[in-house]
Design a protein around this ligand. Sequence first.
Ligand SMILES: Cc1cc2nc3c(=O)[nH]c(=O)nc-3n(C[C@H](O)[C@H](O)[C@H](O)COP(=O)(O)OP(=O)(O)OC[C@H]3O[C@@H](n4cnc5c(N)ncnc54)[C@H](O)[C@@H]3O)c2cc1C
Length: 406
Amino acid sequence: MASENTGTGHGGTRPARVLISGASVAGPALAYWLHRYGFHVTVVERAPALRPGGQAIDVRGPALDVAARMGVLDEIRDHATDLRGMSVLDESGTEVFRSTEVTASGGRLDRGDVEILRDDLSQILVRAGGPGIEYLFDDSIAALDDGPDEIRVRFASGRERAFDLVVGADGVHSHTRRLAFGPDSGRLRPMTGHLGVWTAPNVLDLDRWQILYRLQHGPAWGGLVMSVRKNAEMRVYVGVDGEDPFDPALRDPEAQKRMIAARYADVGWEMPRLLNYMWDAPDFHCDVGLQVHLDSWSRGRVVLLGDAGYCGSPASGQGTSMAMVGAHVLAGQLKAAGGDHRAAFAAYERELRPWVTANQALAERHIAQGPPDQGVSSEGDWYDDAPGPDGRTFYEVVDDFTVRAY
Ligand SMILES: Cc1cc2nc3c(=O)[nH]c(=O)nc-3n(C[C@H](O)[C@H](O)[C@H](O)COP(=O)(O)OP(=O)(O)OC[C@H]3O[C@@H](n4cnc5c(N)ncnc54)[C@H](O)[C@@H]3O)c2cc1C
């Protein structure tokens, strides 16, 4: 049972009302903690239900600690991709590298980190929050009116409500960010080209295995395929370089599919068969690999969390861990500040920003390093074990955050 929190700008007579935009990873994780601390929490999600799809994402280092404190670590482990290893194939489909120590998507297999499908994690986090959290699906914030005592919200559905705080956890293209901070120009940094992801049946009979089919030239860099959900399905990822990262036409899923199909028209191995499943996949998702950089993560009564505030791009491998740790810190600081949201937002940023900055920098390191067959030294060491430009290894950066109690 959540204890009542009487903070944040309402004379201490009722629980503070927090609206969170976005129900993927950051939003439900924050909702869990705020509800537990006695806040009144509403989550608005644009999609009609929790969204399916997305690649396998990683819960690492301090994010495992947060998951344990939420009581969901065992459930997360039960849903892990649990891969045994990977193969890299060249253009002709010949295996040129094989490892049972690392995968391209999950990194080292011996660390106890969890690789899990984004949609599975999202469902676990929502369930953990329990029935006391209000979820509004198929709606979104249309306008914000930030006043001295509360923030008034008009939703796309037309309803209007007042809250004490609004949290943008609505991803790299956050609408909340644009409403509160103004246009995005200069804040989004392209890191990789377009990445498309969808589900297919396990027609390759992969047994907890990942295959990276690597092309050396041209805009299509190949495909990454892995068996998931106890080998019942595969997730297929493809990448396309060279398109305009900010082309609004390429935000439309049907246009994205046509672009991928055109770029992969002459690609060999099993790719034609895997591409056939793209057209009708209910969970097709495609986006450019972007980072978000802001001087400040809050404006008035609005604060940003996860990809909305500090997306690291898929190349960082740390987007989900940053979202889960960020949710724990933001909720904790709101609790600790006893109603002073300005103090809470400043403390959230002070505590989290150094770790976030170091994790965002990992994306450049991964891009320079290349896939696992490139990222192994002549001694056979995985490059993530080698110090980067700041003298620290990938995992030293990942683990360099202590989750504290508030
Ligand atoms: C369908 C999907 C597929 C993804 N696939 C990958 C992938 O393949 N590789 C990868 O590295 N990362 C992927 N991501 C991003 C990854 O989930 C995040 O990097 C990370 O987990 C941090 O999560 P987040 O909650 O901050 O943001 P996200 O996971 O991006 O979640 C944002 C949520 O906000 C919702 N939303 C967006 N706009 C609005 C709005 N205006 N109003 C209300 N709700 C809104 C979205 O529907 C989504 O549920 C994907 C995200 C989604 C939603």
